[in-house]
Design a protein around this ligand. Structure first.
Ligand SMILES: N[C@@H](CCC(=O)N[C@@H](CS)C(=O)NCC(=O)O)C(=O)O
Length: 199
């Protein structure tokens, strides 16, 4: 049975160091109680009927909140932000001018930046386009300490999680992005990220 309004249960279906890590990190920053259910990708658990019932896309993460299953990690971040993040100063409220900024940069991280990172990792000719995107974020960070709302939010989680992949592929020339590099370090050093990454 789905719990009535007010009750809350959250289960994250995750795999270490995957797309689920940013949701894991967000749950830690939000300080929410949640259960974890590890999915063994190598064993193909993500393609089994019980998992496909939660995420028909057959990939981690899946998130079940009060009996309702969600897929797509960015959708989870937005949902968690809107439902739990406003009161915790981790997500702007709808009426705030920071809200469209938060939506723009978080969606950009998933639909524009992330594919560009994977293309650049595969094909050297795709690197200039990634460079353009990194310069765009660098310019945005020139006069603000965090990506949106003047404080650390789930938007920084979305962006820095993708950039950590680019860093892993050695695609971020830190000297070329003087605003991006210190912001990225501040994000990746947050203790709640360490908690999510070490699982
Ligand atoms: N756009 C999806 C991507 C999910 C995704 O690609 N998950 C990978 C791990 S990072 C996965 O489960 N791969 C296993 C498979 O495709 O079978 C999201 O953000 O949730």
């Amino acid at each position: 049975m789905v719990p009535s309004h007010g009750a809350m249960s959250i289960t994250l279906y995750f795999t270490p160091r995957s797309s689920s890590t940013m949701v894991h990190w967000a749950l830690e920053e939000l300080g929410l109680p949640y259960e974890r259910h590890r999915i063994d990708l190598a064993a193909g658990e993500q393609k089994r009927p019980d998992f496909l019932a939660l995420n028909p896309n057959g990939k981690v993460p899946a998130l079940v909140v009060d009996g309702v299953a969600m897929f797509e990690s960015l959708a989870m971040l937005h949902y968690l932000g809107e439902r739990f993040g406003v009161a915790r100063n981790l997500w702007p409220e709808h009426a705030s001018p920071d809200y469209p900024v938060a939506l723009s940069w978080s969606v950009w991280s998933a639909v524009t930046l992330s594919p560009a990172i994977f293309r650049a990792a595969q094909e050297p000719e795709a690197r200039p386009e990634l460079g353009r995107l990194l310069a765009m974020l660098d310019a945005h960070l020139a006069d603000r300490p965090w990506a949106a709302a003047g404080r650390f939010t789930l938007v920084d989680i979305a962006l820095s999680s993708k950039l950590s992949v680019a860093q892993h592929f050695k695609l971020v020339d830190e000297a070329a992005y003087p605003n991006l590099a210190p912001w990225l370090a501040r994000c990746l050093e947050r203790p709640d990220r360490a908690t999510a990454v070490k699982e």
